[in-house]
Design a protein around this ligand. Sequence first.
Ligand code: FES
Ligand code: FES
Length: 204
Amino acid sequence: MQEKSKAGDISRRNFIKGLGSGVIGTTVAITTLPVIAADKKEPNEMATSGKVALALKVNGQAVQVVIEPRTTLAELLREHLNLTGTKIVCDHGECGGCTVLLNGQAVYSCHLLALDAAGKEVVTIEGLLQGEKLHPIQEAFIEHDGLQCGFCTPGQILAAQALLLKHPKPSQEQVKEGMAGNLCRCAAYPNILKSVLAAAEKSK
Ligand code: FES
Ligand code: FES
């Protein structure tokens, strides 16, 4: 598509850049997580409610919650901690849209019980922001148009982060393999590949 250049017009690149900043950036605005105390319930009251206490670290902060045992990690993040940058797409462990880091490994948060994260460290897309600054992977996705609708993007970025933690200088094949668990319905794969390789270059 040809870019518009008249004053007041919005070029496709700038529009996508703005969209990207929104998708990638607004979801990282929350810096303080609520420490949800155990609903202030007494232990026997908790037993009758069927709920359980859970303590974990999310984006560097200690979090305590009381949840139903069946709560998935994705539900905990979105519904209890208001970290809605983590997307639930298929909700069946098939698309990677809900990818977060658990102790540095990429996991499908829709397919994991929150209780499995007890005592562990979770990083979501919100946790990649460095102060007011986007993470180099987030910047690379914006610079290389690594997104279209942006719905899969938080998961793609977390998968890229897990990959680059393991392989700081990945080959093209390693990127393809490392990102294979993250589907993109907009088929932005060529630019996602470019974005991850560029992020690796930036981090050198
Ligand atoms: S939403 Fe979790 S894998 Fe698709
Ligand atoms: S950018 Fe739309 S689903 Fe990936």
